[in-house]
Write a protein that binds this ligand. Structure first.
Ligand SMILES: [Zn+2]
Length: 321
């Protein structure tokens, strides 16, 4: 679909169709254009476009869409892609690895992307294997870029939940292999040391604890509101009184939100800086990421942090030499 040179000298990406019927072939062709276009909108893909060959391989499915086990929906599709891998609602995978490689082999490839003809939110990516994403969700663009980061460049998830202090995925006291997270066992020798912005402290304080405390306050306020409203209804309070009650909680929420904004504002200068920000790899503590925002955590500007950009660039160079 887009060839810039011989496969041996390029990054060859093959897009494979899943859940497209024979009649939906044109839609698949359009989706390949759209999703490969997403890559070249952002760095480091944008400035390395001429190092990519893009292929699409179409094998029709008997039915359109995909399996959704929790809804008891099962579709007859080529790769039998399914949600709930590892019992996670949003994690999408195929167990037909052999078939996938057989289909993909119609093109020379370094990386496989499975496009799933569905509106649902979801995706998955495994380093050196393949990535998969639904195509018609409003988040599909970011999901694809994130998952392709896993499968092409072996990037780690930078996101975490504030409630989970430690997890079993990354054992404590061991430096993770991935280029974009660190246990910071030796802060003098940070693995992205050469990219750290001048004058930035390691680890980098960015108001995390303050914000998390305020977020917990918001959650509690919300729970309290629900409880109070339920009691008010039981007591058959008048609508006007219920409204007053609700307004009071909503005013409190607004005030807390304002405080969160103020903390963010205070640390705004850090938004384009590289340092070591605590909270990464599913863990709120003791794992660090390079920047505040990145497609591997969440990125309002839909960008990779500079450390992830470099890791992807290195992979592009590896395949295109
Ligand atoms: Zn990153």
């Amino acid at each position: 679909m887009k060839e810039t040179g011989p496969p041996a000298e390029k990054v060859d990406v093959v897009f494979v169709a899943e859940g497209y019927t024979a009649e939906e072939k044109d839609k698949f062709v359009g989706d390949v254009k759209k999703f490969s276009g997403y890559l070249f909108e952002i760095e480091p893909y944008k400035s390395n476009q001429e190092k990519f060959n893009i292929y699409g391989v179409f094998r029709p499915s008997a039915e359109s869409g995909m399996d959704e086990p929790r809804q008891n929906v099962y579709k007859n599709t080529v790769l039998k892609a399914s949600f709930n891998a590892f019992d996670l609602d949003r994690y999408l995978l195929t167990e037909e690895g052999f078939l996938l490689r057989e289909i993909a082999a119609a093109a020379p490839y370094d990386a496989i992307v499975v496009l799933v003809n569905s509106k649902r939110y979801g995706g998955g990516g495994i380093y050196n294997d393949y990535c998969i994403t639904t195509v018609d969700n409003q988040a599909s663009q970011s999901v694809f870029l994130h998952e392709f980061g896993h499968s092409l460049a072996g990037l780690a998830d930078e996101y975490y939940t504030s409630e989970v202090a430690y997890n079993e995925f990354y054992p404590q006291g061991v430096e993770p292999l991935e280029p974009n997270i660190t246990a910071l066992l030796d802060s003098e020798n940070l693995k992205w040391k050469d990219l750290v912005s001048p004058g930035i402290k390691i680890p980098t304080e960015y108001g995390k604890e303050e914000i998390e405390k305020l977020q917990a306050e918001r959650r509690n306020n919300f729970l309290e509101m629900n409880k109070a409203l339920e009691e008010a209804r039981k007591k058959n309070l008048k609508e006007a009184e219920i409204k007053k009650l609700r307004d009071r909680f909503q005013a409190r929420d607004k005030a807390v939100l304002e405080k969160i904004r103020a903390v963010r504002e205070r640390y705004k200068d850090l938004e384009d800086k590289v340092g070591a920000f605590e909270g990464a790899g599913y863990s709120a503590k003791d794992l660090y990421r390079p920047m505040m925002y990145c497609l591997m955590i969440s990125s309002p500007k839909r960008e990779f942090c500079r450390v992830c950009q470099r890791a992807i660039r290195q992979m592009i160079d590896y395949y295109s030499h």
